[in-house]
Design a protein around this ligand. Sequence first.
Ligand SMILES: *Cc1c(COP(=O)(O)O)cnc(C)c1O
Length: 413
Amino acid sequence: MTLLADNITTEATEHLRLVDTHAAHNYSPLPVVLASAKGPWATDVDGRRYLDCLSGYSAVSFGHGNEEILAAARAQLERVTLTSRAFGHDQLGPFCAELAELVGKQMVLPMNTGAEAVETGIKVARKWGYEVKGVPDNQASIVVAAHNFHGRTTTVISFSDDEEARAGFGPYTPGFRAVPFGDAEALAAAIDETTVAVLLEPIQGEAGVILPPPGYLARVRELCDANNVLFIADEVQSGLARTGTTLACEHYGVVPDMYLLGKALGGGVMPVSAVVADPEVFQALRPGQHGSTFGGNPLACAVGRAVVGLLATGEYQRRARELGAHLEQGLRSLAGRGVTDVRCIGLWAGVDIDPALGSGREVCERLLAHGVLAKDTHGQTLRLGPPLVIQRDEVELAVAALGSALGELAGGK
Ligand SMILES: *Cc1c(COP(=O)(O)O)cnc(C)c1O
């Protein structure tokens, strides 16, 4: 908190005071008060500019105020924004068809937040398990990975092993078994006749951008096939071009039975999430058994269609690959200067900070002073995920700022 305190203005101080007094303390944000943003840049109430290297955990992947997305949203705002699913509307069919085609499946179940997509995936898999696979009532099990992050609802934190996210919120939803991420044999051992699904992030985001070991996801696919188990890929953060492909699973040549999408799907405008799968997976689900007042609303569908349209060109995937390679090269050049490990895929990086230098949070505070917004995860890891509209020189600016931040911490400044 100290870095900006010197030149923080009365206006910013007043905003921080209001938040501290009137917003519940379920976050500890960096001391910055943003007022506007465009592309990869955000501006605070005092006119200072920051390069956004978090992009709302991938929710703003297409950049702040993306003109194509805004145009679609504006046009839809003037037509109709909410009908509820009790009635049809002219954006739902095209959105579902276009998203399904992009992903290579047939059907879409639209929801709002990522956690709701996960909850929906769990419900769909359980229903499928009872009615199609023939699992005895209330016996369904789902195998998940250790150190997963799938959201914040009561059921989802029930299978988290992050004590901060979980402790004090019990009793927990049963029916989940966790195995180490990357250990196919442990996964094989956890599957039995009650298992309806394996739920994984193909690349673990919040855990620190943890890539799966070679062959792991292909082995998961084989195990699911051999045991008549659904493979659910939570691509809420990894999907929609972040890693350089439309879906992170593509890097590993695997096709899961169900994709969970969110974050970037809302174009940085509003929450839009979806479960995408083929009809066999949804076959046990009938009207009245699941839903959402806001899920699949006209405005969300119009925004989602604009996002799918951007992705269909392949341009953002290409940018993520090319600029991601540049980012990785820059980050690797910091090895030995306070960086102990770099994991990078597309424009998504986990950077481990030497604890001797300081915490991830301290690095983020220094970065803020250098005009770069980033977020730590699990103490020592810095997670970078800039908007995919970032330019080459801006990538270099972020890397240089990190170099300076690390230098200051090493120098004890
Ligand atoms: C962010 C995230 C979620 C939860 O999404 P919300 O929109 O915050 O509910 C679920 N899964 C993964 C992999 C995520 O990164």
